[in-house]
Write a new protein. Structure first.
Ligand SMILES: Cc1ncc(COP(=O)(O)O)c(C=O)c1O
Length: 417
């Protein structure tokens, strides 16, 4: 019996709660890819805070940097005042991320969460082009505030909006229209034809891998034709890298291998390093058309997040970290392929350190998630009806913990699928 029960949550917390229903215990401590509940049960974490915990739980380097900052009376909250913590984060981001990739972006810190960053991106694209409509994709997930929700595909989330979700046109994502059919071909013809009824949009907003949408991976060719289309029609290309940026694909940005250069890039989740919230919009300088204070917010200056986030960027100073991520990813892929091959109707998708096992039915996937939880593994569901199991461990996971977790997953699939 746990010393703390789930009763307080069930009695007092809103019905809106979700993940805790799948993992009905009270968590207490965590370190890298292992979490313990109040009863001392240990779990291996393949959930990874949905892209927040890329550097693991309680990363010792980031924790120490934050402790040192606090003990020196470092400013903890600063709206958009200039602070030392922010200067250090920005300097490191420029030196470690932008310069080596020859990328030229201005930085905007709109607010702590991903949906805030998406709102800023949409608003800026509309302002820059003077156009209202945005094109988003089937199964896209961009957040819960109204602008971002309008770009999100999932009916469960959309139905709760309470108002019309306007000014977004939905187009099939790569692969949605069926094997070998490029969903952008028709769109291109429509945009080329002034009588098609479809006007060029302010922007295209796209995830290179749709994480919440079911780990759907867009091809290099498709993303390149999307960029071409955007450029041809004077629309901005927004890449939402909130979940699969920050090293998840084996590159810092998920689009690095694709030969595209988005006009706006949305980052959040892992950019704060420790799980400390931070949102960051990257803006091609010519589109930085904001007037001072035109898009504001109280929590723009998250100094503890700047401190932890700057420490996280140290991982990218040498190629070792991303080399290790890609190496681990290969091992994960091989193991998941063998798991998928042993049962009927399981398909594997993914890249780097994000993989989806598509069970074809939400019911079947839910059974595996439950069995995994019972064997001591945390893994989440995504995609239509939750039919895809999403592997997303911390990138820093130790090799032995990773293989132990994959064995637990194999066992859960054997027992439940
Ligand atoms: C691609 C993507 N964009 C936006 C969001 C929204 O981020 P947040 O939940 O921090 O508002 C998410 C969250 O899962 C996401 O995966």
């Amino acid at each position: 019996m746990s010393p703390v029960s789930t009763g307080i949550f069930e009695r007092l917390e809103s019905e809106v709660r979700t993940y805790c229903r799948t993992y009905p215990t009270v968590f207490d401590t965590a370190n890298n890819a292992r979490q313990r509940d109040v009863g001392g049960r240990e779990f291996i974490d393949f959930f990874g805070g949905a892209g927040v915990l890329n550097y693991g739980h309680n990363n010792a380097r980031m924790r120490q940097a934050m402790i040192d900052y606090m003990m020196a009376d470092g400013v903890a909250h600063s709206l958009d005042f200039y602070t030392r913590a922010k200067a250090e984060f920005m300097t490191r981001f420029e030196e470690v991320i932008l310069k080596p990739r020859a990328l030229d972006y201005k930085l905007q810190f709109p607010a702590p969460t991903g949906t805030n960053v998406v709102e800023a991106a949409l608003k800026l694209a509309r302002k820059a082009t003077g156009r209202m409509d945005v094109i988003a994709f089937t199964n896209g997930f961009h957040g819960m505030s109204l602008g971002a929700l309008a770009c999100t595909g999932n009916a469960h989330f959309r139905d709760a909006a309470g108002v019309p979700l306007d000014h977004v046109l939905r187009v099939p994502y790569d692969g949605f229209a069926g094997e070998g059919r490029n969903s952008l071909d028709v769109l291109e013809r429509e945009l080329d034809d002034a009588s098609s009824g479809i006007a060029p949009p302010a922007a295209f907003i796209v995830e290179t891998i749709q994480a919440e949408g079911g780990v759907n991976v867009a091809s290099r060719e498709w993303l390149q034709s999307l960029q071409k289309l955007a450029r041809k029609h004077g629309s901005l290309l927004i890449v939402d890298d909130i979940q699969v940026g920050n090293g998840r694909t084996g590159r810092f940005f998920s689009f690095e291998d694709h030969g595209i250069e988005p006009d706006l890039v949305c980052l959040a989740k892992g950019i704060g390093g420790y799980g400390t919230p931070l949102g960051l919009l990257l803006i091609r300088p010519e589109y930085d058309m904001w007037k001072p204070g035109e898009h504001t917010g109280t929590f723009r200056g998250q100094d503890l997040s700047f401190v932890a986030g700057a420490e996280a960027l140290n991982y990218y100073k040498t190629p070792d970290f991303l080399d290790a991520v890609r190496g681990k990813g290969e091992g994960v892929k091989a193991k998941l392929e063998s798991i998928a091959a042993r049962k009927e109707g399981i398909r594997l998708r993914g890249r780097g350190m994000i993989y989806g096992l598509d069970f074809g039915s939400g019911e079947r996937a839910a059974k595996v998630i439950k069995a995994a939880f019972e064997t001591g593994l945390l893994i989440g569901g995504c995609g239509t009806d939750g039919r895809v199991l999403k592997f997303m461990s911390p990138l820093t996971i130790e090799d032995d913990t990773l293989s132990e977790g994959l064995d637990l997953l194999e066992q859960a699939v054997r027992e439940a699928a």
